[in-house]
Design a binder for this molecule. Structure first.
Ligand code: 48H
Length: 275
């Protein structure tokens, strides 16, 4: 059979468009496909929820590929190891409470498991704004990363979701948008982004799980972004906290999607809904 080039083009465009159209109204949308966002998405999809991730870069996996300073090994503690085991990722005991894993095996497996569980990942697309109504955030506004990089004046598109997850890591891009554009405080002590503190693996690993929660009506923060939002320490190349944070958030969102926990809604000023 002779291959037709134009058929290859048609197949790609048609399949992509169908996938995209099927993802316009989601249970959960996640900004950022690092280890925390991917882990959250995996557990949500595994439990039957519609979840998609928008990732700015061509490659998925955020900061996990590089281990520590490009030595491509990661460290996890006892609880993190349990999640590596759930994903079927090999790890080796280094000492009491310290396990190492090949970072390439770890992140490629998490990504593969997430996609196979039903997560739809759209790479090369950046979240540039949120959609808002009286109840809070109700989706994201997206554009091709290439448009952003080239600084082209091209209007974006919008995707609706019940909940939005801030998983953009250190730069906290979704929360910065909220701080700048939406009236009403974040659910932090100051009502603002509190800022990441210097390295302390012990505190950082613990607080990243504690800080994984709702931070604005219908917006949840996970992973490194959680510590940067609530003003606690970075933890360096120990990744158990990212995985545990992702799993904790999936558990919260599953309960909320099933209506088992109530809303933590605060009044949002300046939004008038015209029905
Ligand atoms: C779409 C975006 C946007 C946007 C950014 O940085 P990440 O790996 O984040 P986490 O929280 O999953 O993991 C953090 C970990 O990698 C890390 O940095 C640690 C543990 N640091 C400790 C320390 O002390 O330094 O992934 C975030 C992803 C990236 O892939 C970005 O490209 C992507 O989000 N992203 N995607 N729209 N606006 N902004």
């Amino acid at each position: 059979m002779k291959l037709k080039d134009e058929k290859i083009t048609k197949a790609i465009i048609e399949r992509y468009m169908n996938k995209f159209i099927d993802n316009l109204d989601q249970d959960v949308i996640i900004a950022g496909a690092g280890p925390a966002g991917l882990t959250t998405a995996y557990y949500l999809a595994k439990n039957g929820f519609k979840v998609s991730i928008f990732e700015r870069k061509l490659s998925i996996g955020g900061g996990m590929w590089g281990g520590g300073m490009m030595f491509n090994e990661i460290v996890v503690g006892e609880d993190g190891k349990k999640i590596l085991d759930e994903f079927g990722i090999n790890s080796d005991k280094y000492d009491e409470g310290y396990y190492t894993s090949d970072s390439v095996e770890a992140i490629s497996t998490i990504c593969s498991k997430a996609v196979k569980a039903g997560v739809k990942i759209f790479n090369c697309i950046s979240v540039e704004d949120v959609m808002i109504d009286k109840q809070g955030v109700c989706g994201v506004v997206i554009n091709w990363s290439s448009v952003e990089i080239a600084n082209l004046h091209v209007d974006p598109l919008s995707i609706r979701s019940k909940y939005v997850v801030e998983a953009t890591g250190h730069p906290l891009e979704v929360l910065k948008i909220l701080e700048k554009k939406v009236d009403g405080n974040l659910f932090t002590k100051t009502g603002k982004i509190m800022g990441e503190k210097s390295m302390n693996a012990d505190i950082g690993e613990r607080t990243v799980v504690e800080n994984t929660k709702e931070i604005f009506n219908n917006v949840y923060v996970v992973g490194m972004a959680a510590n940067a939002a609530f003003g606690t320490n970075r933890m360096g190349p120990i990744f158990g906290g990212m995985l545990l944070s992702g799993k904790k958030l999936a558990d919260i969102l599953i309960k909320r999607l099933k209506g088992e926990i109530s809303h933590n809604q605060k009044k949002i000023e300046g939004i008038i809904n015209v029905e």
